[in-house]
Design a protein around this ligand. Structure first.
Ligand code: SF4
Length: 99
């Protein structure tokens, strides 16, 4: 049996893909991460509850984002305001329009 999140809150089920080379976090996302304290000035990520080992794995994952309509690294997806949850290799995305 699988656990499903609240379907009313999420619009898209986005499968997570493995990538050979990590996808860079966009400049815009970097600024957001810095202002919310999730990235230091040197660009090092500081995500609560995410171990360095997990972070390494997350960097080699991506999603074909239906909102930004492009491939986005999972780290950036994870910190996105639309991120609801991740269950069994699928991101549950709220799908709100983002600039
Ligand atoms: S959570 Fe954000 S980055 Fe991830 S799929 Fe949804 S809109 Fe795209």
């Amino acid at each position: 049996m699988s656990i499903s999140p609240e379907t009313t809150e999420t619009k898209y089920d986005v499968p997570i893909k493995q990538v050979e080379k990590s996808i860079k976090v966009s400049e815009r996302a970097k600024q957001e991460l810095k202002s919310s304290g999730m990235m230091d000035e040197k660009g090092k990520l500081k995500l609560k509850g995410v171990s360095p080992k997990m972070l390494k794995r997350m960097k080699l994952e991506s999603v074909d984002c239906p909102v930004f309509e492009q491939e986005i690294g999972f780290v950036q997806c994870y910190v996105c305001t639309n991120f609801h949850s991740r269950i069994s290799g699928v991101v549950y995305c709220k799908g709100e329009p983002l600039k």
